[in-house]
Write a protein that binds this ligand. Structure first.
Ligand code: SF4
Length: 79
């Protein structure tokens, strides 16, 4: 069990699939294409990819919480 916690807002998800491509072991999509978190406590070795997925989400629908995880840790926000 990891110390990270992941959640995602289905209300703001625009079904881009980016997070699902990046981390299929953590994110999936329902029949409407909206994000579903399949592993809410992923292992710590996925931290980098999780932060990238969070940053890459066009609607900032992904939340990652845990020790040392800031609001925008992975390199300064959206491009
Ligand atoms: S990257 Fe964001 S908008 Fe795209 S499927 Fe994932 S949560 Fe939804």
């Amino acid at each position: 069990m990891g110390s990270l916690r992941v959640s995602a807002s289905r209300d703001s998800c625009v079904t881009s699939s980016l997070c699902v491509y990046r981390l299929p072991q953590v994110f999936d999509q329902d029949a409407e294409g909206r994000v579903v978190v399949v592993d809410e406590e992923p292992p710590d070795e996925l931290r980098r990819e999780l932060l990238r997925a969070r940053r890459g989400c066009p609607t900032r629908s992904i939340r990652v919480e845990g020790p040392g995880v800031g609001d925008d840790e992975d390199g300064g926000g959206a491009q």
